[in-house]
Write a protein that binds this ligand. Structure first.
Ligand code: UDX
Length: 441
């Protein structure tokens, strides 16, 4: 099929590449001319494992193209996907202006029958609103008969940053929300080649499945983080508890890693959006308020723990490992690591940070006083303490014997429990994690 993808952010680009890999021809449209020029040269605008290689190879095969001009590609489209951003407004709702602008443009330029798919995460009711905007625009232009032939499907994405391309090919399920059997069939054809169960639902259920899945996963994280907070000092270990409860198939082992809290472009936004949607409808979704509160408090508790060990931070040199909201990405949106570093600076600490991919993005938002090191060891050189804020796997491979000789005081605060099994006290470190016994000789 010919697919037009409107929006080349994380979701649009990775999804576009996914469909191109399945053999469809994809035209990606965006208004950002610098980004499109970069993509045209086969360069990825953000870091995602395997993305640049996949991009180059699909470009060479002619399976994917990039353009600023929707009008020039829409004529060929069997399916038009909207994957533009839906940033949160000040009141926690999703800003739909980009989605609706895309709908207006589709209505304006489309002159043949097509299926429209909304990939952006949107509140319940948005897909129908998008369809009526397209119809309205078409009717205004005298394309009334054609308007009746434009259909919509909600096919939410569940891609994780850091493993998005693999997640596209191997999803746990493909959720298709539509009204019409023909639309279901077209949407299923679109995914041919992916061996995963298909869930056919109403459009509204599909919209809600996406935010409910993310809100539930965020709830699991806040739950285990609260458990971590109460077990400290008891001799219990939150990792053992997570393992013990996770083997119960009704609970499952995933998303039970305690730490300084969840971040990224989806979880905080989707939890707030679901809570705010409930509120608009007169329902107080108490559980989600707690999930958000626990998450906001989680990094602060760890910060206080560090202060109680180190004393006042003013003038102290702190090495920081990790700035991205999770490993394998350069994304710092809603990253707990960023808020943590901001607090370190606000308390007068001198921060030297290292992140394998996210330093450039972090430097755009962090105070100028933060400096950046080319290696993990350099970030900790001369430091009074080291804080781990993102669990990049390569940090485990650092020579801790060398690290110790570089630090003024060999003390590590690990906000992700990433190094807790390395027996760092045996190498002369004092080590503090989250929800695990403190380790020192
Ligand atoms: C998430 C969803 O997983 C994905 O399905 C959706 O499409 C987009 O949002 P992503 O934001 O890329 O994906 O990252 P994810 O791996 O889900 O992690 C989100 C946050 O939760 C990260 O900050 C991570 O560090 C944190 N997390 C995750 C924990 O703190 N503990 C865990 O056990 C798991």
């Amino acid at each position: 099929m010919n697919i037009v993808m409107i929006g080349t952010g994380y979701v649009g680009l990775t999804t576009g590449l996914g469909f191109a890999s399945l053999g469809h021809r994809v035209a990606c449209v965006d208004t950002d001319s610098a980004k499109m020029a970069q993509l045209d040269l086969g360069q990825a605008p953000f870091y995602e494992p395997g993305l640049e290689e996949t991009l180059k190879s699909l470009q060479e095969q002619g399976q994917i193209v990039f353009t600023l001009d929707l009008k020039s590609v829409i004529d060929q489209a069997d399916v038009i996907m909207i994957a533009v951003q839906t940033p949160p407004t000040a009141r926690g709702q999703a800003d739909l202006s980009y989605v609706l602008k895309a709908a207006d443009q589709i209505g304006e330029f489309l002159t043949h029958e097509a299926l429209v798919v909304v990939k952006s995460t949107v509140p319940v009711g948005t897909n129908r609103h998008v369809l009526s905007r397209i119809h309205e625009r078409m009717c205004k232009q005298g394309k009334t008969d054609l308007a009746a032939l434009i259909h919509i499907a909600s096919i939410p994405e569940f891609l994780r940053e850091g493993s998005a391309l693999d997640d596209f090919m191997h999803p746990d399920r493909i959720v298709i929300g539509a009204d019409d059997d023909v639309v279901f069939q077209t949407a299923e054809q679109l995914h041919q080649g992916i061996k995963s169960p298909v869930v056919r639902t109403s459009i509204e259920s599909a919209e809600l499945i996406k935010v409910c899945a993310n809100a539930f996963l965020a709830t699991k994280i806040s739950f285990i983080n609260e458990v971590a907070n109460i077990v400290e000092g008891t001799g219990a270990d939150v990792r053992e508890i997570a393992h013990g409860i996770g083997l119960d198939r009704r609970i499952g082992p995933q998303f039970l890693r305690a730490g300084i809290g969840f971040g990224g472009s989806c979880f905080p936004k989707d939890v707030s959006a679901l809570k705010s949607y409930a509120g608009i409808n007169g329902y107080d979704f108490k559980l989600l308020s707690a999930v958000i509160d626990v998450n906001n408090r989680q990094w602060q508790r760890f910060f206080q723990k560090m202060q109680s060990v180190l004393g006042p931070l003013k003038g102290r040199r702190i090495g920081v490992w990790g700035l991205a909201f999770k490993p394998d990405t350069d994304d710092i949106r809603e990253s707990a690591a960023i808020v943590f570093v901001q607090a370190l600076v606000a308390h007068g600490a001198e921060v030297v940070a290292f992140d394998p991919k996210a330093q450039t993005n972090a430097a755009r938002v962090l105070p100028d006083t933060v400096s950046y090191a080319p290696t993990a060891i350099d970030a900790a050189s001369g430091a009074d303490a080291l804080v781990v804020l993102t669990e990049w796997p390569e940090l485990r491979a650092v020579s801790f014997a060398t690290l110790k000789t570089h630090m003024v005081d060999p003390v590590i605060f690990d906000g992700r429990n990433a190094l807790c099994d390395l027996d760092l006290p045996a190498q002369g470190f004092r080590y503090f994690g989250i929800g695990i016994p403190d380790q020192h000789l």
